[in-house]
Structure formats: C-alpha cells, structure tokens
Design a protein around this ligand. Structure first.
Ligand code: KG4
Ligand code: ZN
Length: 341
C-alpha cells in the first residue's frame, strides 16, 4: 500500500510518500521558520496562508522524487490535529479533496502519534511495547505504548512544554525562534557548572513535570547580569548551558522512573526536543544503567515532517481504517481518544 502523507499543523509544510512494502520513497519539507522569525514566534494566519502556497507544489515535487504516479497512490494521510486550526484546515481540506478526486481513502492522523512512531522509520526500530517521551513545542508527555493507539499517560508537564521553555529561555538570551537548537548551539563548550538551575518536581515521586519555574529562574539570572552591565557572551553561553542541563536532567530522571514503573526496557524519544544532543547523551547513560535501550529518529524526523504522518497513517490504513468525507481538523485532541488498530 502506497500512502501520500501531508503535515501542516504548525509552521512546516511536510509531504512524503511511504510504501508499506518498500518503505519511505520520498519526502520534502518547506519550513516557515524564516518568515515567522521577525515576529519571535509563529503567526497563525501567516502560517495558514503559506501552507496554501506551498502544499500543492510540494506534493508534485514528492510524487516526482519518489517516482510515483497519481494512480499508484492507494490512500492519503493528513494531520488532523492537534495544532493551529487554520493550518490544519489547509492540509485536511487539500488531502480530503485529492482523496475524493483520486477516489482513494483518506485518514486524519494524530500529530503526536506521528511523532511517536517516527523512530520506527529508522534502521533498527523499537518494538512495541515501549515507553515514549514526547517532547515538542506544545507537548511534554511520558506515555506507555502498549500497542498502536493504546497509550497510557504516565506523566506530563503541568505547565509549559519543554520545547516552549527552550523557546522562551532563548528569547530572554536574545536568540531567535525556534530557540531550542540555538540554545544547544550556544551552550556548546560553555561551562555547564557555573550556574546550578533547579530540577523541578524531581524531589517528589511521580512522572509529572513543570518547566515554567526554570523560565523564571533564567529570567532572574539574565536580569542580574544585565543590571550589573556584565552580560557578556560567555555568561550568556553559561546560562544557556545551565538551562539545557536542568531540562535534560529533569527529563532523564522522569524517563528513568517511567522505565522502572512499567518494567519496560525500551525508551523512545520523539518530537522536536528529541533532536537535542545533550538529551540523547544523558539518556544513553541512563538507559545503559537500566539495562534498557534508547531509540530516536534522525534529526529531520524529530521535528515536524510529512514522513511521520505518511507512516502513522499507513499503519492505520493498512489495518482497514479510514476517516469519512468530513474534513477533520481538531486543534485539541487528547491521545487517549485514539482507537487501536
Ligand atoms: O515537534 P516540533 O517540531 O513541533 C511541535 O510539534 O511542537 O518541536 C518544535 C520544538 C521547538 O520548541 C524547538 O525549539 C524544539 O522543538 N527543538 C529543540 C531542538 N530542536 C528543536 N529543543 C532543544 N534542542 C534541539 N536541538
Ligand atoms: Zn510536532
């Protein structure tokens, strides 16, 4: 079965063709990051308009790069949520219209299920059941994956998502949006011990998290040096490193608890923040001690992309599932509402 996947939930237009026999045949991404950068974050209306401009050319490009004729597409998968409503509507209505015109089924995919399954596109994929840490700009959740669609929430951030905290801390340090990769870059080679930031909610049991306090801690630290007129580049880098250490340590502690609580031996990390090198390093050390294994996708499949939607959709379509003719776009969509295959 050959599936065309379409992702437009936020600020990247992603398209891919995935074949259940042959694997990923082609994918392309158009990122709106440069367009939103001057506003310091995603402007929803601009995002929707840009998806309209980019989507059809990108679909044509991927059909061509994957040597796929329209007639070879058996089904369409599109991100139905969660995300920005206008942005979702562009992908959903385009996917639904193409499916109608080509007379093939279509399915609305959960964006976080896409992230969650993305590591399965890699050479040595994890095998279900596993524990998953979903860390993106909008979500920070620890989930027990018993089968595709059977997700038990073990813990989540009670306030900001980890990616959101990275973005806000970056802004305080005068960095552009999205700030996660820029904080990581600035922190490279910095003194990771000069400042000690708190590891929120690690002194009590449980797997819930909180990252808004770290944001305040960062702001106070930055302001202290600003007021003294001593916020030099080295200090900025050391603050970035202290922030990154605190987030990564906190996530590692919670992931360790999730492995211990479930008795599972595989940890999957997914979503934009899972591209973070320091997080991967710390988790590698932790899983080794827990006699477990760590899995993640290649960096470009950690952040939003069409391949993960084509793949997640293909699993459901191959199991006979599809959505009706309704254009499905759900800005909020809890993962526990998903059905199993
Ligand atoms: O999954 P994603 O592309 O979009 C959402 O579904 O939210 O995640 C984007 C988030 C942003 O907050 C970005 O700053 C963060 O992922 N991010 C990173 C890194 N790369 C992206 N955070 C830390 N380190 C990175 N290397
Ligand atoms: Zn995402």
């Amino acid at each position: 079965m050959r599936v065309l996947g379409i992702e437009t939930s936020c600020d990247e237009t992603g398209v891919a063709v995935y074949d259940t026999e042959l694997g990923l045949l082609g994918d392309a991404l158009y990122s709106q990051v440069a367009m939103h950068a001057e506003y310091g974050g995603v402007v929803p209306e601009l995002a929707s308009r840009d998806h309209i401009k980019r989507l059809i050319p990108l679909i044509n490009e991927v059909l061509s790069s994957s040597n796929t004729e329209k007639s070879q597409i058996d089904a369409i998968a599109y991100t139905a949520g969660p995300g920005l409503i206008g942005a979702l509507m562009v992908g959903a209505s385009t996917a639904r219209a193409i499916a109608f015109a080509w007379d093939v089924p279509a399915i609305g995919v959960h964006h976080m299920e896409g992230h969650l399954l993305a590591p399965m596109l890699e050479k040595s994929p994890p095998k279900i059941p596993f524990v998953a840490l979903l860390v993106s700009g909008g979500h920070t959740q620890l989930v027990e994956v018993k089968e595709i669609g059977d997700y038990t929430l073990l813990g989540e951030s009670l306030d900001d998502a980890a990616g959101e905290a990275f973005d806000k801390a970056a802004k305080m340090l005068g960095l552009d949006y999205p700030g996660g990769p820029l904080i990581a870059k600035l922190a490279q080679g910095a003194d990771r011990t000069r400042f000690k930031f708190p590891r929120p909610m690690t002194d009590r049991p449980g797997m819930d998290m909180s990252f808004s306090g770290l944001k305040t801690f960062t702001l106070n630290t930055v302001n202290k040096f600003k007021e003294a007129g001593t916020l030099d580049l080295q200090t900025q880098a050391d603050i970035a490193a202290a922030f990154e250490e605190a987030v990564v340590d906190t996530l590692a502690i919670k992931c360790k608890r999730a492995l211990q609580a479930t008795g599972l031996k595989q940890l999957v990390i997914a979503g934009g923040v899972s591209a973070n090198q320091r997080l991967r390093e710390k988790l590698e050390v932790m899983v080794k001690k827990e006699k477990s294994e760590l899995f993640y996708a290649r960096p470009e499949f950690c952040t939003d992309n069409g391949a993960m939607i084509a793949f997640a959709g293909a699993q459901r379509l191959a199991a006979g599932q599809s959505s009706d003719l309704t254009i499905l776009a759900k800005p909020r969509w809890p993962m526990n509402e998903l059905s199993t295959l």
